[in-house]
Ligand binder design. Sequence first.
Ligand code: ZN
Length: 94
Amino acid sequence: MLSCEGRAKMKRSAVCKVDLTQIDGDGDFACPSCGVIISPDDETEAVYTILETKMKKDALEELIIRCNGCGTEIRLTGFLSPQLGATKPEIPPR
Ligand SMILES: [Zn+2]
């Protein structure tokens, strides 16, 4: 679910990727490095700092944040909800 890359190459800090579509609940997730709970809905920036936001049309596509606890940069993806009309047909329960 969580993946970190570039630890060997980048000396400063690792960059972790978190796909919000892979997370259960309200979107809270634990920092892959130090384990602090990060809530994307928390706009106080007490736990993390927003480094960059990428918008696609009117929707948030990607968010790059930095954990205030350990300094790990985390790339959040999966904000975009599935397009209406393009969803797979649900299998009816038996
Ligand atoms: Zn952390």
